[in-house]
Design a protein around this ligand. Structure first.
Ligand SMILES: *Cc1c(COP(=O)(O)O)cnc(C)c1O
Length: 375
């Protein structure tokens, strides 16, 4: 069976985890945490970056930084993972779901303005499959209406929009290093900031409400409880696991991209015959090969397709059930405008195996099996 995913593993992970143990520093903010954070700032140009215990927690931290009050409204796509919504719901926000674009599966920027009310505080965008939302338009809307933009860039580590790295375009960017993402520490994530305006607040909320980070930088001579907060620091053992991958960032990136490109080339004839639709990457977007998906004719075809692939040793999966139709989505939110694409497109989408280390033979088997289904 060709699995859908293998967590990334390069071989150096245990050595670095042992080093963390030898350092007598396995809690948060140790050597490897700092290395990972520095990597993100250096490579992607963020003003500050902080590892977090998960992508979900990074989003929670962003929601705290947005200072959400009960009744505030947050605009987001319905086609996303529930964590995008959870973070804001926990702070008492009302969700306002907006339809997606059928080409990228991202929030339809042309439908955002209609969803804005005098309660709107945040636009939370999701860069689905590591392909950027139409950020110029979204940032323009946000500035004109004085709204905060949170980028759920959980899938978009290393992706760009007009040459700028995602996560650093809005006010707060959130990444995930879950084992299903391109780079992983088991459970983990990061929040990044485009400038230092919110640095102190971010550090305080992340460190149980204390100014411990300022203390470690020598800016205050003792640290105290400043505000509310929680503990979003991952163990340095997890950061050590992640560092083994960030160190060979390009190798992992290229390996995934090769599989993505092979799939994309192989399935073009099927697309030309109108049997499948392939992912669309707008010219201004540099994607990170997070996901390879196909869209089939309808739900019934997708069900048969997934079943056929399973029977022939290929694990393919689908997601997401649109949030606005889920029990929690109905409780906490409403859909703005009409659901033209969210449900329809989500029912047609299927994801193929894609992970660092997928062999050429495995890739060929996936391609052959997909082709066989349509024969
Ligand atoms: C993976 C993911 C998350 C959550 O990340 P965790 O690290 O699993 O908490 C949030 N949003 C999106 C879009 C994701 O893909």
């Amino acid at each position: 069976m060709i699995d859908f995913n293998h967590p990334p593993y390069t071989g150096k992970e245990f050595e670095y985890m042992k080093k963390a143990v030898d350092n007598h520093k396995i809690c948060g903010d140790g050597e490897f945490t700092k290395k990972c954070e520095q990597f993100m700032c250096d490579r992607f140009g963020y003003a500050a970056s902080y590892l977090a215990t998960s992508g979900t927690d990074a989003l929670e931290l962003a929601a705290l930084l947005c200072d959400i009050k009960p009744g505030d409204e947050v605009i987001l796509p319905s086609y996303t993972f529930c964590s995008t919504a959870d973070a804001f719901v926990l702070r008492g926000a009302k969700l306002v779901f907006v339809d997606i674009r059928p080409d990228t599966m991202n929030i339809d920027e042309t439908k955002i303005e209609d969803a804005i009310t005098d309660k709107t505080k945040v636009i939370a965008v999701v860069h689905y499959a590591g392909v950027a939302c139409e950020m110029d338009t979204i940032m323009d809307i946000a500035r004109r209406h004085h709204l905060i933009v949170v980028e759920d860039a959980a899938q978009a580590f290393g992706s760009t929009y007009k040459g700028r790295y995602l996560g650093g375009i809005g006010d707060f960017g959130c990444f995930s290093f879950h084992e299903t993402k391109n780079f992983s520490m088991g459970e983990g994530g990061a929040i990044v900031l485009p400038n230092l305006d919110n640095r102190d607040r971010c550090e305080i909320y992340r460190e149980k409400g204390t100014d411990r980070s300022r203390f470690f930088r020598g800016q205050v001579d003792k640290y105290t409880w400043q505000d509310y907060g929680s503990s979003y620091l991952p163990s340095d053992l997890n950061a050590a696991y992640l560092w083994a991958q960030l160190e060979v960032y390009s190798e992992i990136y290229n390996d995934r991209m090769q599989t993505w490109n092979s799939y994309n080339e192989a399935f073009r004839p099927l697309a030309d015959r109108g049997l499948v639709e392939q992912p669309v990457i707008p010219a201004e977007c540099g994607h990170n090969a997070h996901m390879y998906y196909l869209k089939l004719k309808d739900l019934e075809t997708r069900t048969r397709f997934i079943h056929y692939l399973h029977e022939h040793g290929v694990c393919a999966v689908f997601h997401y059930i649109p949030l606005h139709n889920s029990p929690a989505g109905r409780k906490f939110g409403r859909f703005s405008g009409e659901d033209v694409y969210t449900t329809k497109e989500s029912e047609r989408l299927v994801r193929l195996p894609l992970y660092y280390g997928l062999t050429d033979e495995q890739r060929e088997h996936v391609i052959e099996t997909v082709n066989d289904f349509f024969r």
